[in-house]
Design a binder for this molecule. Structure first.
Ligand code: ATP
Ligand code: MG
Length: 385
């Protein structure tokens, strides 16, 4: 029996006059994600349809659809001719292993089809009860599962039972572009995923401190970036060496401000790269109070060197909730691999937890900030995934 995948989208409904823009973007994102796979794509009212695909590709298609922001739910339907016998055959196929209570929901787009929806549901329900005898009962108010019969205009009918929840959110690209500061930790990949899910297309920036941090630490970040990229329709990763900057801070500035000043450099470089790439915001995985560098005073200090919006989607999240999302998006196991991060190099014993901005600026004035940044920029590596 032929299969089709019904795709339903969500908040896009609410977008009034912009609806066409969001729909077009979602359609393009779906097609891009399924590139290289043969299928027929149809836009219907409030949903899309994927048909005529090779059965072997079915799992890959569903897997990819589950990672596309803007898709609310999907259903796998059997497609049959619009007549009672064929529809009943499809139902038998779908529910043979099911037990409990059910109801039939018929939707008749083809108004020439007789009988009407209500009568058809009753007829089909009756036949199901007769066929499955003791295992199934009707419950129209609170059934264990619904049997949906969608009678289309072209003489064909979709029959399905399950509704699979997908990502929801907004199509990637519909909310501009941003630059994610990605470390090898748990938080930043989650922050990236959440921002992409709200429609922002991401680039990524990682600072490494070779030779203090090794090749394996970089590989870990590449792995994490690729995972985030699955929700972003592909992704660019920029890797900047932070070694000289860290050495200079270590040499010339008070130890207590090491992290504070490092973070100010990160933000400056991020803003410069973001502007160059057309990114409109910087995204970090910071969460209030999680570590010394994430107090409001520390955030004030790092924020004050940039004018671009800095988005911190995890700011009010508990670690336990962040971990739950990282498991869901399959970044957790990679994030906890024990490689060093550039922030763990030159880690001071007693970092300033509430750095005073005036003192930080004074401490930093010993450095030639501009030429350190220039130098870091000259050796940016770019990866495209
Ligand atoms: P994460 O789990 O994302 O590493 P964290 O809890 O370790 O976060 P910090 O080390 O204070 O927290 O980093 C805060 C944020 O700064 C990170 O979420 C990330 O956005 C950014 N960041 C930290 N280290 C790097 C790095 N080496 N390269 C790029 N961005 C970084
Ligand atoms: Mg970290």
């Amino acid at each position: 029996m032929k299969q089709a995948i019904i795709i339903r989208y969500c908040e896009i409904h609410l977008k009034g006059k912009n609806r066409g823009y969001f729909e077009k973007m979602l359609k393009e994102n779906i097609k891009r994600s399924l590139k290289g796979i043969d299928f027929k794509f149809t836009a219907m009212h409030n949903r899309y349809l994927i048909e005529d695909f090779n059965e072997d590709d079915y799992e890959i298609i569903v897997d990819k659809l589950k990672k596309i922001a803007g898709i609310h739910t999907i259903s796998i339907a059997l497609v049959v001719e619009s007549n009672f016998e064929s529809i009943f055959e499809a139902v038998k196929n779908l529910i043979q292993d099911k037990t409990g209570t059910f109801k039939v929901i018929t939707n008749r787009a083809d108004k020439t089809f007789s009988p009407n929806s209500m009568e058809f549901s009753m007829m089909l329900g009756g036949k199901i009860l007769e066929h499955f005898n003791k295992n199934l009962k009707v419950d129209v108010k609170n059934p264990d599962f619904a049997i949906n019969v969608d009678i289309r205009e072209e003489g064909k009918t979709f029959v399905y039972t399950d509704v699979i929840h997908c990502l929801s959110g907004m199509p990637v690209g519909s909310a501009g572009k941003g630059l994610l500061l990605i470390s090898g930790g748990i938080d930043s990949p989650v922050a990236g995923y959440m921002t992409a899910k709200r429609g922002m297309k991401l680039d990524c920036l990682h600072f490494h401190s070779f030779p203090y941090t090794g090749e394996a630490a970089k590989e870990k970040v590449i792995e994490l970036t690729k995972k985030v990229g699955e929700y972003n329709g592909g992704i660019n990763l920029f890797v900047v060496s932070f070694t000289h900057i860290q050495e200079a801070i270590h040499k010339h500035c008070p130890e207590e401000f090491m992290i504070t000043i490092m973070r100010r450099f990160m933000m400056r470089i991020a803003e410069r790269l973001a502007k160059q790439q057309g990114d409109q915001a910087i995204i970090t995985g910071e969460s209030l109070g999680q570590v010394a560098s994430q107090t409001i005073e520390s955030i004030t200090s790092s924020n004050s060197v940039v004018t671009m919006p800095v988005l911190r989607p995890l700011i009010a999240f508990d670690k336990i909730d962040i971990i739950e999302i990282s498991k869901k998006i399959d970044t957790y196991e990679t994030s906890i691999l024990p490689y060093e991060d550039c922030c763990t190099v030159f880690l001071p014993k007693y970092p300033a937890i509430k750095p005073n901005l005036d003192r930080v600026i004074k401490a930093e004035s010993k450095l030639d900030i501009e030429s350190l940044i220039e130098e870091a920029f000259r050796k940016v590596e770019k990866y495209v995934f």
